[in-house]
Design a protein around this ligand. Structure first.
Ligand code: PRP
Length: 188
């Protein structure tokens, strides 16, 4: 057992449930993109676990690529834009149907900005899928095209999601014990 599991209050979504969520989503995407030119786009780092499952479960030829973005002033509510740390470079934007893969949507800023950005680049189509959606945290209106599970406003980690860059490797989505992030010596 990973010692970090001691910090988990409870498992919110088991690996079995995640597996069945992924199977259903991958089947739907495989139907919907059968006549398209799928580019599956991973938004680093959080979505990497979900992404690597999804790309193996979708039964279509595809290309994959990666972007890394961060919200300005993440953790505050005052700013709107996202900063691109790793961009998508292609010569054939107009030939690809991009499906952005996220682990979670909170404020909605990352995905709403990315969708506009990729449309502006000239992609033939841009859609979004997310494993988790936390609508209670929304600051801009945004509805993903494919949603794995709507979750309450809890501090979740695991399956790619981190707290202070830890817990990403846990094989389920768990709720973090509040004592972990309310410690006095915590820099965050
Ligand atoms: C998380 C998550 C999304 C974004 C969602 O990434 O992976 O990209 O936040 O939040 P939003 O809806 O409020 O924009 P984060 O910036 O924590 O980086 P990480 O994926 O590297 O952990």
């Amino acid at each position: 057992m990973n010692i970090l599991e001691n910090d988990i209050e409870k498992i919110l979504i088991s690996k079995e449930e995640i597996n069945s969520i992924e199977n259903a989503m991958a089947a739907q995407i495989s139907d919907d993109y059968a006549d398209k030119n799928l580019l599956l786009l991973c938004i680093l780092k959080g979505s990497v676990v979900f992404f690597s499952d999804l790309m193996r479960k979708i039964t279509l030829p595809m290309q994959i690529d990666f972007m890394k973005v961060t919200s300005y002033g993440k953790g505050s509510t005052s700013t709107g834009n996202v900063r691109i740390l790793l961009d998508l470079h292609r010569e054939d934007f107009s030939a690809v149907d991009v499906l952005i893969v996220e682990d979670i949507i909170d404020s909605g800023r990352t995905l709403s900005t990315l969708v506009e950005y990729l449309k502006m680049k000239g992609c033939r189509s841009v859609k979004t899928c997310t494993l988790l959606d936390k609508p209670a945290r929304r600051e801009v209106e945004f509805t993903p095209d494919y949603t794995g599970k709507i979750i309450p406003d809890e501090f979740v980690v695991g399956f790619g999601l981190d707290y202070a860059e830890k817990y990403r490797e846990l094989p389920y989505v768990g709720i973090l014990k509040p004592s972990v992030y309310t410690k006095e010596d915590n820099p965050d």
